[in-house]
Design a protein around this ligand. Structure first.
Ligand code: SF4
Ligand code: SF4
Length: 250
């Protein structure tokens, strides 16, 4: 890695939000070497086969063991407090005071940029070294989903879409975009300290409004900001009420 400051920073397990995102931008700039250009905006594609609109329903599902594209490409893979991933595979991100963890992500290798849990073998297989303990974000990323196939195309594991297929997919994406985004959808969430030492989760809504959706004692509960992005207020409320999601420490 050219920037020795980021090599040092990558060895730590904990960062403030500003340090973390500065590091991610620097890593991301290195990532595109030797990759093919994406035909579709990858972030807008579904990770569930049930929601596919590009891949034919009878397309064969690829074998993850001989692939690893998502584990090498996706840099910001969120880990919930309630997940079981080993601590050495995680980067924790704190608020700017360093006081409370507001997000956790799978750690990347400084040289290869792979998720550090990925354990490539000499015969070219790409197994996950923490398969039974991989975070829910990984469990929800389905082999055979449109996003999976798009990543495999930029690694050259699958042929490009034809021009007709690409334009048909872009048309679907355009119609999805123009469908009204619910003002009840959370664009982003921030965890901030309150005057009495507790923390609150502030949802920044699609329509620009801000709402406090939960206040918690950090000694009893632990939340990650990424969990709330893109959910609706009612889904967020359900998530908060589910005891298995709180990462409750008692
Ligand atoms: S989910 Fe798809 S991209 Fe990820 S390892 Fe499996 S086949 Fe490859
Ligand atoms: S934890 Fe396992 S499945 Fe998830 S990105 Fe890392 S190697 Fe892939």
């Amino acid at each position: 890695m050219n920037d020795t400051r980021f090599v040092q920073i990558q060895r730590r397990g904990k960062y403030t939000e500003s340090e973390f995102w500065e590091m991610v931008v620097a890593l991301d700039a290195r990532k595109w070497t030797n990759l093919l250009p994406p035909q579709l905006p990858i972030e807008d594609l579904p990770t569930s086969r049930a929601k596919n609109f590009v891949t034919p329903v009878d397309a064969p599902v690829p074998d993850c063991l001989t692939c690893g594209a998502c584990c090498t490409f996706l840099f910001v893979v969120g880990v919930k407090a309630a997940d079981d991933a080993p601590p050495e595979t995680i980067w924790n991100v704190t608020d700017e005071s360093g006081e409370v963890i507001v997000d956790s992500y799978l750690k990347r290798d400084a040289e290869t940029l792979f998720c550090t849990a990925l354990k490539p073998t000499a015969d070219g297989e790409m197994p996950c070294g923490i398969y039974e303990k991989r975070p829910q974000t990984c469990r929800k990323f389905e082999a055979g989903s449109d996003k999976c196939h798009a990543l495999r195309r930029i690694y050259g594991f699958e042929p490009f879409l034809t021009v007709q297929e690409m334009f048909a997919a872009l048309q679907v994406l355009k119609s999805k975009e123009s469908a009204a985004v619910s003002p009840e959808t959370i664009r982003d969430a921030k965890i901030v300290k309150t005057e009495n030492g507790n923390f609150k989760i502030i949802a920044e809504m699609q329509n620009g409004a801000s709402r406090t959706i939960h206040t918690f004692d950090p000694h009893r509960e632990s939340w990650r900001q990424f969990q709330f992005s893109g959910t609706t207020l009612s889904d967020a409320q359900q998530m908060i009420e589910l005891p298995s999601n709180t990462g409750e420490k008692d």
